[in-house]
Write a protein that binds this ligand. Structure first.
Ligand code: PLP
Length: 375
């Protein structure tokens, strides 16, 4: 190992992006501060219109977080008490939390071992008379198998809600994720492909009624001030976050294109390394690499690689170490009976390893990371 101290490479570096967008953000913030329309103000309205145009949908309804976007989309779609929602066990917990919030029951089914996305055959096999919706996640930025899932939803008359928290800008046959089901839910958490400088989220839909319902729900169940039709929530996107997101939106395709270049470079550099499986693009859609995630041989191999990377000042992370069906938070779903086995998700959780990826990551840094993994 070199004696020279090498610079740290984090999983994501938000400071590297700031110079590019700084002028737009500062001008936008100053204008917004002078105007002082902080709740559902002009930047929030403009951002919703701009993202609707980008996604090719009729309506965008911004909310306070990605978790709220999932929650309010489910509720606005009429999913509730007694309903089952089929989803993936290999995701961030919000996906399933949102299902619980509306009183429905998450039904976890296994994933495809190559894409880590929910397996359509397993989805179809899990359908019962209580099934009301399917909620796939476009995990790590790769679109789930939407053609198959749409077909299943159509044949069984189910609602399809896309968890797009990791897939802003990903597309299937030229159509953006978030425009492929009844509704899409996006997160603007800072590290997401389109991230703000705080929490935020957004619901996309072509359904007029669902959009109107979501707008009512995010604003205390109110369409007319101080008249409340239902018990809603306080879940609005902040005006200042909207300024920041509007400054970033014009760059999102470039950001995603660079993520794809980083991924290509990793995959080329890691070909033929014993015990490592590089990400599989199944060709269903355009992958935007929110994460670049390898499969190691086993848990011990992963621990060893993480230690090697850390010794070289390189971050790495495990998304996700515990599949959702095994989380303590959902133990009451099993009513004391054994937790159902979902072998692919469980195996993936033990072997997955995510490497640094962000739009400003230099390809020479990718080479340095790959060199540590090769040796
Ligand atoms: C980040 C994330 C969410 C939640 O978004 P927040 O904005 O943090 O609430 C939901 N689902 C997935 C798959 C995510 O990665």
């Amino acid at each position: 190992m070199s004696q020279q101290k090498t610079a740290a490479i984090p999983m994501v570096d938000l400071t590297a992006q700031y110079p590019l967008i700084r002028a737009d953000i500062e001008a936008g913030l100053q204008a917004a501060l002078s105007e002082a329309r902080f709740i559902l103000g002009p930047n929030v309205q403009a951002l919703e219109a701009e993202i609707a145009a980008y996604l090719g949908v009729e309506h965008c309804v911004s909310v306070a977080s990605g978790t709220d976007a999932l929650h309010l989309a489910l509720r606005a779609a009429g999913v509730g008490e007694g309903d089952e929602v089929i989803t993936t066990p290999f995701s961030f917990i919000s996906t399933a939390e949102a299902i619980c919030y509306v009183g429905a029951r998450p039904v976890f089914v296994d994933i495809d071992p190559r894409t880590f996305n929910v397996d359509p055959a397993a989805v179809e096999a899990a359908i019962t008379p209580a099934t009301r919706a399917i909620m796939p996640v476009h995990l790590f930025g790769q679109p789930a198998n939407i053609p198959a899932l749409r077909d299943i939803a159509g044949r069984h008359d189910l609602i399809l809600i896309e968890d797009c928290a990791q897939s802003f800008g990903a597309a299937v046959d030229g159509r953006m994720t978030g425009s492929l089901g009844h509704a899409g839910a996006f997160s603007f958490f800072p590290s997401k492909n389109l991230g703000g400088y705080g929490d935020g989220g957004l619901i996309s839909t072509d359904d007029d009624r669902l959009a109107a319902e979501a707008k009512t729900l995010r604003n205390h169940g109110s369409r007319q001030r101080y008249y409340h039709d239902v018990v809603g929530y306080n879940s609005r996107l902040d005006e200042l976050q909207a300024v920041i997101l509007r400054a970033k939106l014009p760059h999102i395709d470039d950001f995603n294109e660079h993520r794809r270049s980083v991924a290509r470079r990793y995959t080329e550099a890691l070909q033929g390394v014993a015990g490592l499986t590089t990400p599989h693009e199944d060709g269903v859609g355009r992958h935007v690499y929110h994460q670049y995630t390898l499969l190691c041989e086993d848990e011990a191999h992963r621990d060893r690689l993480m230690a090697e990377l850390a010794a070289d000042n390189i971050a790495s992370a495990v998304y996700y170490p515990v599949p959702l069906h095994q989380q303590a938070a959902f133990s009451d779903l099993h009513d004391g009976s054994a937790v159902p086995a979902l072998p692919v998700a469980e195996d993936t959780a033990k072997r997955c390893l995510s490497l640094p990826i962000y739009p400003e990551l230099a390809l020479t840094d990718v080479d340095r990371i790959a060199a540590v993994l090769r040796r």
